[in-house]
Ligand binder design. Structure first.
Ligand code: ATP
Ligand code: MG
Length: 407
C-alpha cells in the first residue's frame, strides 16, 4: 500500500449498543490498540466519539492490519487517505487514488457519506462532482453501480474527508477486560484454547491454569500450552496473559493408587475444579472457563459434568458446550492454534486413560473414592507450589525453568 493512505479509520462494534458503558469501553479499546501497536513508535492517535483514527506517519500498514484484526471490540477499519473537506481537494484526492495502477480497467461506484451536515452540497451532489472529475480524467474507468469491482467511499466530515476503497473486519465483541476476569483451564488440546479465545473476544480478561504432571507429562507438553496461549496474547488486555502452572503429579498418583479405576477421570477432574476455584478466588476472577463440549468424551456426558461440577460454587462457563468438533477446529485454524494443538505430546488427561471410564458416575461413589486419600492437604500444597508465568505478545518463549518470568 502506498503513502497516499496515511490514516486508519477504526469503527467500534457491539459497544455502540451499550450507551451507559460507552466511555469506559472506548477507553479500554483505545488503550488496547495503543498497547498492541506500541512498537510502531511513529503512530499518532486521535479519538473522536465513536471513531478512532491512527495517523501512520510512514509506519508499514501491512504489519498493522493483522494486529487490528485481532483486537476485540473493533468491528471494522479502513486504510484511508485524508484531505481537507473542500470539494477541490476531495476531487483531486479521489483522482489520485483512482489513477493507481491496480485500479486500471476496473468498474467502480462512488459512495459519499456526508457526516458534516453544514457542507454546502448534498452527498449525491458530491458523488456526481467526483464522478464527473474522474471520468473526465481517466479513460479506462467504467461505472457500475450494481456490481462494481471497486467502491470508492468518501467519508466527508467536519474535521476532514477520508477516502478509501477497502474495509477490513475485526473480531467484533467487547473491548478487552470490560466484562470482567476469567480463569481458563487450558490443556494442550484443541478445545480449551478456543474457549479462551471466545471469552477474550467477549471482553473477558483471562488468566490461564494448566495442570502438569511431570515426569508423566513432558516439557514439550508444557511448551505447547505456552505456545497456544501466546497466540491469544494479542487478543488480551495489555497483550499479556498470566499462566498458572499447577504441579499435579502427586494428586494424580494418589488417584491411581487409591481410587476405583473407572472413577479416576471423574475424580481427577473434581480435583482440577477444586484447585481452579481456589486460584479463581486468589486472582479475583469472576468465572472459570473451560473447553468442555457436551458428549465429546466420557467426562463430558451430562451425568459426568454434573458430578464434576458439584465440587465448586463458582460460575463455570463452557463456551463450546454445544459446538460440533468441526466447528471448533475451524475456529482453531482461524486463530492459528490447530497446528500447535495437534502436536503429539501427552497431557495429564491422556497419560492414563482407564479402559472403561464411567460415563454415568454417581456423586456418593466419587466422594467415597476420593476420601480414600487426604486430598485437601495435597490440593493446598499444589496451590502453594503453583508457578506463575507471564506471556506477552511476541515474546518468544521457551519453557525452561530458568527462563520463567515468575511474578
Ligand atoms: P481439550 O481439547 O481442550 O484438551 P478435551 O476434549 O480433550 O479438551 P478433556 O480432556 O476432557 O477434553 O478436558 C476438558 C476440559 O478440561 C479442557 O477443555 C480443559 O478446559 C480442561 N482440562 C483438561 N486437561 C487440563 C489440564 N491438564 N490443565 C488444565 N485444564 C485442563
Ligand atoms: Mg484434553
Amino acid at each position: 500500500m502506498n503513502n497516499l493512505y496515511n490514516h486508519i479509520l477504526i469503527r467500534y462494534g457491539e459497544l455502540a449498543l451499550k450507551k451507559s458503558n460507552r466511555n469506559q469501553f472506548i477507553k479500554a479499546i483505545t488503550s488496547h490498540i495503543k498497547s498492541a501497536l506500541h512498537t510502531f513508535v511513529n503512530l499518532q492517535y486521535e479519538s473522536r466519539g465513536m471513531r478512532f483514527y491512527i495517523m501512520l506517519n510512514g509506519e508499514d500498514v501491512n504489519e498493522i492490519i493483522p494486529i487490528l484484526e485481532k483486537i476485540p471490540g473493533i468491528y471494522s477499519f479502513s486504510v484511508v487517505a485524508r484531505c481537507e473537506s473542500n470539494l477541490d481537494d476531495i476531487k483531486d484526492l479521489a483522482l489520485k487514488i483512482m489513477s493507481q495502477e491496480e485500479y486500471q480497467n476496473k468498474t467502480m461506484k462512488i459512495e459519499t457519506n456526508r457526516g458534516d451536515k453544514n457542507f454546502p452540497l448534498t452527498s449525491l451532489e458530491v458523488t456526481k462532482e467526483i464522478g464527473r472529475h474522474l471520468f473526465r480524467n481517466l479513460e479506462n474507468l467504467k461505472a457500475d453501480v450494481h456490481n462494481p469491482d471497486i467502491t470508492l467511499d468518501v467519508d466527508l466530515r467536519y474535521e476532514g474527508t477520508y477516502i478509501f476503497t477497502k474495509t477490513y473486519y475485526g473480531v467484533g465483541g467487547f473491548p478487552a477486560g470490560t466484562l470482567g476476569k476469567g480463569l481458563v483451564m487450558i490443556s494442550g488440546g484443541i478445545d480449551s484454547v478456543v474457549s479462551g479465545y471466545l471469552s477474550l473476544k467477549k471482553g473477558i480478561e483471562i488468566e490461564a491454569v494448566h495442570f502438569a504432571s511431570p515426569p508423566y507429562t513432558s516439557n514439550e507438553a508444557l511448551q505447547k500450552v505456552v505456545d497456544l496461549l501466546e497466540q491469544l496474547t494479542i487478543y488480551s488486555k495489555n497483550s499479556r496473559i498470566v499462566l498458572h502452572i499447577v504441579p499435579f503429579t502427586k494428586i494424580q498418583e494418589a488417584i491411581y493408587k487409591y481410587t476405583r479405576e473407572d472413577y479416576c477421570i471423574t475424580i481427577m477432574r473434581r480435583m482440577m475444579y477444586r484447585i481452579a476455584t481456589n486460584i479463581m478466588h486468589k486472582i479475583n476472577a469472576n468465572v472459570i472457563i473451560n473447553g468442555e463440549s457436551m458428549g465429546q468424551v466420557a467426562s463430558q456426558t451430562l451425568e459426568s459434568m454434573n458430578v464434576i461440577n458439584e465440587v465448586t460454587n463458582a460460575l463455570v462457563i463452557r463456551p463450546l458446550a454445544a459446538f460440533d468438533k468441526q466447528d471448533i477446529i475451524a475456529i482453531s485454524q482461524k486463530i492459528n492454534t490447530f497446528d500447535i494443538s495437534i502436536r503429539p505430546y501427552d497431557d495429564c488427561c491422556t497419560v492414563y486413560v482407564p479402559k472403561h471410564p464411567q460415563i454415568k458416575p454417581k456423586s456418593d461413589v466419587a466422594e467415597k473414592e476420593e476420601n480414600k486419600f487426604a486430598y485437601q492437604e495435597m490440593i493446598d500444597e499444589a496451590v502453594a507450589n503453583t508457578e506463575r508465568v507471564v506471556l506477552r505478545y511476541n515474546s518468544k518463549y521457551n519453557v525452561v525453568k530458568d527462563d520463567l518470568d515468575i511474578l
